[in-house]
Design a protein around this ligand. Structure first.
Ligand code: GLN
Length: 286
């Protein structure tokens, strides 16, 4: 029987994951081993030749097996970094994606200190919480139709010390009060239904309700755009994440709904991923 040290386990697991076509095989192996040993990744290299005990080895093997079967790493370890902070995640919510950090940046550019922001379809809460922590004097409201998602979002806000007002409900039905927002932001489900079956095994483990955007992927985006103009102040901004195939459709929806300007922006992979739309301000020429 070989002695399983972190070094040997990482080498074996990296190769196993690479053969299975799993993304970032080394990093994945490290994250799972650190989780099995309840330590951070640096510790693995400090103790790289210290043999593992049987319970730890059993825990790690189980994580490797589940990852090999397509469970996302973030669900297995129960956390994912977003905008520089750790979030708890589990199968009740979509795993935060790096491209969604651009949505936070677009929203922050339009959110003054002391302003008001609304995040629809908040999921893990990562967008709303990032806004609230970057603008402590702003009022941030976040909604989701899923009670499970909101429970987790509340936990994340509490753990990170963010003040966010959460409300359950289907899009605009959860938003009360007449005071207008400076920014409305959303990463709604936007994958066209017929594309769901073709998503990776990992993404298919994520909640369908967080991905399925209806026949053309625009079912929720359309309702968000239609309701946004009357909830934003003059000059207010709508920031939306969208499917790359919506590069024309979402800006066009915004213009039809009365936004003065609407432009698509690309993510780091070069794909159109956001639409940022602005209402005319009172000073703008008619
Ligand atoms: N970006 C996600 C994906 O490609 C989709 C997220 C969403 O529908 N909001 O799987």
């Amino acid at each position: 029987m070989p002695t399983w040290t972190p070094l040997r386990l990482l080498a074996w697991t990296q190769e196993f994951f690479a053969k299975k076509g799993i993304d970032a095989p080394r990093l994945t192996a490290e994250l799972l081993l650190a989780h099995a040993l309840s330590c951070d990744r640096v510790r693995l290299y400090l103790d790289f030749d210290k043999p593992l005990g049987d319970p730890e080895l059993a825990r790690f093997r189980e994580l490797v097996r589940r990852r090999g079967e397509g469970e996302p790493t973030a669900y297995l370890v129960g956390r994912r970094e977003f905008y520089g902070r750790p979030y708890r995640v589990d199968p009740r919510v979509l795993v935060p994606r790096p491209e969604t950090e651009l949505l936070v940046e677009a929203a922050l550019a339009a959110l003054p200190e002391g302003g008001r922001a609304l995040d629809l379809c908040t999921g893990s809460g990562c967008v709303a919480i990032s806004l609230a922590l970057a603008r402590p004097a702003a009022r941030v409201v976040a909604t989701d139709v899923s009670d499970g998602a909101l429970a987790l979002a509340r936990e994340n806000a509490a753990a990170l010390g963010a003040v966010v007002e959460f409300a359950t409900g289907d899009l605009w039905s959860a938003v009360h009060g007449a005071e207008p927002f400076d920014v409305v932001v959303s990463n709604p489900p936007y994958v066209p239904t017929k594309e769901l079956a073709g998503l990776s095994r990992e993404v298919r483990r994520e909640p369908c309700i967080a991905l399925d955007g209806g026949p053309d992927g625009l079912a929720l985006l359309r309702r968000i755009v239609e309701g946004a103009a009357s909830r934003l102040r003059p000059g207010g901004t709508l920031c939306l994440e969208m499917h790359e195939s919506h590069v024309e459709a979402v800006p066009a929806l915004c213009r039809t709904a009365g936004f003065a300007r609407a432009e698509a922006r690309r993510d780091l992979a070069g794909l159109p991923r956001l639409t940022v739309a602005t209402l005319a301000s009172r000073e703008d020429p008619a």
